[in-house]
Ligand binder design. Structure first.
Ligand code: PRP
Ligand code: URA
Length: 213
């Protein structure tokens, strides 16, 4: 499926794989975990921004005036799914400092695993922006599907989803619910367990980023 669907990219850079392994270890503490998630967001973001449009401007080098490429003016939005998605915002902002940031607050019911919405705010003119939805974990896919539904209901069209780890079940569900969505995955893990946690995964991403339990 993943080889056939051009909208899904499973990233394969060795630096990314190395950093994801560091995240998985239960010995990795909050401080280090947070820093690595930010670095990983930059590495996945680098892949996801590959098709940014360029335009040309005149630049005077010490030698001559030349027409040189710069990122075209299309507006961008980064939309983390709270809480854990917040950990990826800093890395994405390093790549796109001018991007606006929206927030979608969802938590997963511990019994039904269904997402519940508690806060949503998107940047203005969302219909004209290139939107990057970020969340480290794609498990059942429920949270990501709800977040993309919400953005589309508010006019968002050009949407890319970035996650650090995905379960095959969630990836398939998300791609079927939103066939137009571009999806970038740091690693595709084995499966979900009976509590809908990703195996081998890294545990609860929000708790590990914020030091809660
Ligand atoms: C986690 C994670 C995703 C969601 C993934 O958030 O950050 O948003 O679970 O699971 P799903 O694909 O099955 O919906 P959680 O609901 O634990 O909230 P938190 O980030 O506040 O900890
Ligand atoms: N949310 C997480 O934070 N981790 C999982 O493994 C699944 C959902």
């Amino acid at each position: 499926m993943y080889n056939e669907n051009p909208n899904i990219v499973i990233c394969n850079h060795p630096l990314l794989k190395h950093k994801i392994t560091m995240l998985r270890s239960k010995e990795t503490g909050t401080n280090e975990f947070r820093a690595i998630v930010e670095e990983i967001a930059m590495l996945i973001g680098y892949e996801a921004l590959r098709d940014l449009e360029l335009t040309e401007v005149a630049v005077e080098t010490p030698i001559e005036t030349a027409m040189c490429p710069v990122i075209a003016g299309k507006k961008q939005a980064i939309v983390p799914i709270l809480r854990a998605g917040l950990g990826m915002v800093g890395g994405m902002l390093k790549l796109m400092p001018a991007a606006k940031v929206g927030h979608i607050g969802l938590y997963r019911d511990e019994v039904t695993f269904e997402p519940h919405e508690y806060y949503c705010k998107l940047p203005t003119a969302i219909d004209q922006r290139k939107i990057f939805v970020v969340d480290p974990m794609l498990a059942t896919g429920g949270s990501a599907i709800s977040a993309i539904d919400f953005i589309k209901q508010h006019g968002g069209k050009d949407i890319t989803f970035l996650c650090v780890i995905a379960a095959p079940e969630g990836l398939e569900k998300l791609a079927s619910a939103h066939p137009d969505l571009k999806i970038f995955v740091g690693n595709l893990d084995r499966c979900l367990n009976e509590n809908a946690y990703i195996c081998p995964g890294l545990g609860d991403a929000g708790d590990r980023i914020f030091g809660t339990k």
